[in-house]
Design a protein around this ligand. Structure first.
Ligand SMILES: CCCCCCC/C=C/C(=O)SCCNC(=O)CCNC(=O)[C@H](O)C(C)(C)COP(=O)(O)OP(=O)(O)OC[C@H]1O[C@@H](n2cnc3c(N)ncnc32)[C@H](O)[C@@H]1OP(=O)(O)O
Length: 241
């Protein structure tokens, strides 16, 4: 991913990601992809806050549809998808990595990962929650979501948000090694098993997709939510000095 400075998931960047995924899926010589970041120290800062602030309802609806599409397409991809997490990964950045089949995180205490939405005064939707529950179990997910926990590497491994923590200079090579193991499995059997495991979760969003968009638009248009997001963005900008 290369969307400097922080790989935020803007509408344009999400669209590019989806086009890239589609191209790779349509090219039958590809069987797996590794998602990693070209922005030093940052895997992805998550959803682009500027897409959710000070825009009109039509824009919010278009943006949320693209976020849903990203989740659905990566979560259900027939390819083996591995996240080589080489930086901090809050909220939507964590969600993207949770859609993958395997997560390798660089062992750097700054590289926290988690669904921290509550810290921004917003609520992770049910499909974010379901993805986390499927990964780390109900009790750990409940605690992580309510407290908006961002896990440093050792904690992320302990709770199961990531599958492996390795020295920073070994993230890419480890991801390639893991990819080789996954590609050794007969593809049709692996793909059908992935679908078996994930389809019920994806189906819930597919059946409630429009309602979920309307719910997002209603929520994000609230004055109190806009104020919280503006304040959060300002805090990020002022951090610099
Ligand atoms: C029913 C309703 C449901 C609603 C659900 C909504 C679900 C939301 C999911 C999300 O993903 S919300 C986004 C959550 N993300 C974060 O909380 C991360 C915020 N960013 C940071 O903590 C830091 O930027 C960083 C990633 C740790 C990097 O720190 P660093 O010091 O390296 O850079 P900064 O100076 O902070 O940032 C540079 C530049 O980028 C802007 N920026 C950062 N994050 C975002 C973002 N997510 N979206 C848009 N822009 C972002 C930041 O403001 C700086 O901008 P400038 O000052 O350079 O203009």
């Amino acid at each position: 991913m290369r969307n400097p400075p922080v790989n935020s998931l803007s509408l344009e960047f999400l669209t590019e990601l989806l086009i890239s995924l589609e191209k790779l899926e349509n090219d039958k010589t590809f069987h797996g992809i590794i998602i990693t970041s070209d922005c030093p120290g940052i895997f992805s800062a998550g959803l682009d806050l500027t897409e959710m602030c000070g825009r009109d309802p039509e824009h919010y609806a278009e943006y949320w549809k693209a976020v849903q599409e990203m989740w659905l397409r990566f979560y259900l991809s027939n390819l083996v998808v591995i996240a080589a997490i080489n930086g901090v990964s809050p909220a939507g950045g964590c969600l993207l990595s949770l859609t993958c089949d395997y997560r390798v995180l660089a062992n750097n205490p700054k590289y926290a990962i988690g669904l921290n939405e509550t810290l921004l005064g917003i609520v992770a939707p049910f499909w974010f929650k379901d993805t986390l529950v499927n990964t780390i179990g109900h009790r750990s997910a409940e605690r992580a979501l309510q407290l908006g926990l961002l896990f440093p590497p050792a904690e992320a491994l302990r709770v199961g948000v990531v599958d492996q923590v390795v020295p920073e200079d070994q993230v890419q090579s480890t991801a390639r090694l893991v990819m080789a193991q996954w590609l050794d499995i007969p593809d049709h059997a692996r793909q059908l098993t992935k679908t078996l495991m994930r389809k019920p979760t994806a189906d819930r969003l597919l059946t409630e997709r429009d309602a979920d968009i309307q719910n997002f638009v209603r929520f994000i248009c609230k004055d109190s939510i806009q104020k919280s997001l503006h304040a959060y963005l300002e805090k990020l900008k002022q951090k610099k000095g």
